[in-house]
Design a binder for this molecule. Structure first.
Ligand SMILES: *[C@@H]1O[C@H](CO)[C@@H](O)[C@H](O)[C@H]1NC(C)=O
Ligand SMILES: *[C@@H]1O[C@H](CO)[C@@H](O)[C@H](O)[C@H]1NC(C)=O
Ligand SMILES: *[C@@H]1O[C@H](CO)[C@@H](O)[C@H](O)[C@H]1NC(C)=O
Ligand SMILES: *[C@@H]1O[C@H](CO)[C@@H](O)[C@H](O)[C@H]1NC(C)=O
Length: 385
């Protein structure tokens, strides 16, 4: 009777295990010095068998039990971005006949100190680079596997900027690293590497982001991982394999870039905002942001986490009727873009406005054409209080 009961539960769990869509697909990883391809569909995983049990935490951590004809495997997958998973797993686990293959039992052998293996989506969908890396920097680089010392060429540059994409709209799903040779240092080289952004994530203070080299077809050379630290904006770590676990700290990364921001150009104001806008405001659309306005500038400052802030500066360029074309300066070094603000008359102490889509052209008719605002029905007016 006992065995029969176990069998029943077993069948039930079996029917219950469905691998979530975000985890399905073809994944590349570098495991034990070898290119590894893993396919996951709704029920199975390559080399691990059929999923019979799953536990989920916060839609990002999944612990699976797979059944192979011979034994069970526990596989823990962390969803880092839509394009990146990280994995830890047990070897082949044998259970006694009367032991039910629960997550708890099969995963007991999971070593918490095991290195996470990074899985990169083979059919990746590039994402905006803004949260990973944005700006322009000159950099000096070290690669302790290729040469000793630091190569510091003034023309070496990292450039990650919003650029004109389709039509006038702006996207930033790629960035460039322009490497330059240093005389007398073999192993340094001249070349531009273009990366697609695959998304970013935090582990405590470590800010990881993954990329795919757009010009590389060898898979083990295509995917790379970067590491920044919240407390240190001077250095960036880069992996030299398709693995994130090689990046423990920025200092100890195989390749390390020492970066210096390139200053952005100054924008002259070309128009004036109404005098009574001047002051400090609260933006109802982004209540965590501080807004400062004077006659020529709107400065929005917000705090993505403790101890960090981000700032967007808008400079008045041209005004017609209630519409103001403002130049937007976000990050050092990138070219500016333009946004239209339409201010709607309101009683005092409230500024009511809507904001158009950012475009790259410095042309009032493009920036402030009514189509840059969403459909009339969707017009959302935000308030500065
Ligand atoms: C997911 O798992 C990792 C590693 O096991 C752990 O550090 C993290 O706290 C978990 N996150 C969530 C949201 O459960
Ligand atoms: C990177 O550099 C190449 C060659 O200079 C250029 O064609 C490409 O548009 C650049 N990509 C980005 C995202 O800046
Ligand atoms: C508005 O503030 C900006 C930034 O603080 C400053 O550069 C600019 O000169 C100010 N404009 C006026 C008209 O005071
Ligand atoms: C600014 O002054 C104009 C005209 O005097 C008035 O209509 C508007 O409500 C005022 N705006 C604010 C934010 O006080």
């Amino acid at each position: 009777l006992f065995i029969l009961l176990c069998g029943c539960t077993f069948t039930l769990t079996n029917a219950d295990c469905s691998i979530p869509v975000i985890i399905r697909g073809s994944w590349f990883s570098w495991e034990n010095g070898r290119n590894t391809l893993t396919e996951l569909n709704a029920e199975t995983m390559t080399r691990r068998g059929r999923c019979i049990n799953v536990e989920e935490e916060n839609h990002v951590n999944y612990t699976f039990v797979f059944q192979d004809p011979k034994c069970y495997y526990c596989v823990k997958l962390l969803v880092r971005t839509v394009n990146v998973l990280e994995k830890t797993e047990t070897g082949c686990v044998n259970l006694a006949n009367n032991e039910e293959p629960t997550v708890e039992r099969v995963c007991k052998k999971l070593n918490p100190d095991q290195q996470l293996i990074t899985l990169f989506s083979e059919n990746y969908v590039p994402v905006n680079c803004r949260s990973s890396l944005e700006g322009v920097w000159q950099f000096a680089y070290q690669n302790r596997f290729r040469f000793t010392g630091e190569c510091n060429n003034p023309d070496a540059q990292i450039r990650s900027c919003q650029t004109a994409g389709t039509q006038f709209l702006i996207t930033n799903q790629k960035f460039n690293i322009t490497y330059k040779k240093c005389p007398g240092m073999t192993g340094t080289f001249d070349g531009v590497v273009e990366y697609s952004c695959l998304g970013d994530w935090f582990v405590d203070k470590n800010h990881f982001f993954a990329v795919a080299n757009t010009k590389e077809s060898r898979k083990d050379e295509k995917y790379r991982c970067f590491l920044k630290n919240r407390d240190d904006d001077l250095y960036i770590g880069v992996s030299i394999t398709a693995e994130c676990n090689m990046l423990k700290t920025v200092e100890k990364s195989p390749e390390r870039l020492r970066i210096t921001p390139v200053k952005s150009e100054v924008v002259e104001a070309g128009c004036r905002l109404p005098q009574n806008f001047s002051g400090d405001w609260i933006n109802t659309a982004n209540i965590d942001a501080d807004i400062f306005i004077n006659e020529t500038h709107i400065i929005e400052t917000w705090y993505p986490d403790e101890g960090r802030y981000r700032r967007t500066i808008y400079v008045c360029r041209e005004q017609r009727d209630t519409r103001y074309m403002m130049a937007r300066l976000t990050v050092d070094g990138c070219q500016k873009d333009y946004v239209c603000f339409d201010f709607v008359p309101q009683h005092h102490n409230v500024i009511r406005y809507r904001r158009g889509v950012a475009v790259i052209n410095d042309d009032f008719h493009t920036v402030c054409s009514w189509v840059q605002f969403k459909n009339k029905e969707d017009w959302k007016y935000d308030l500065f209080l």
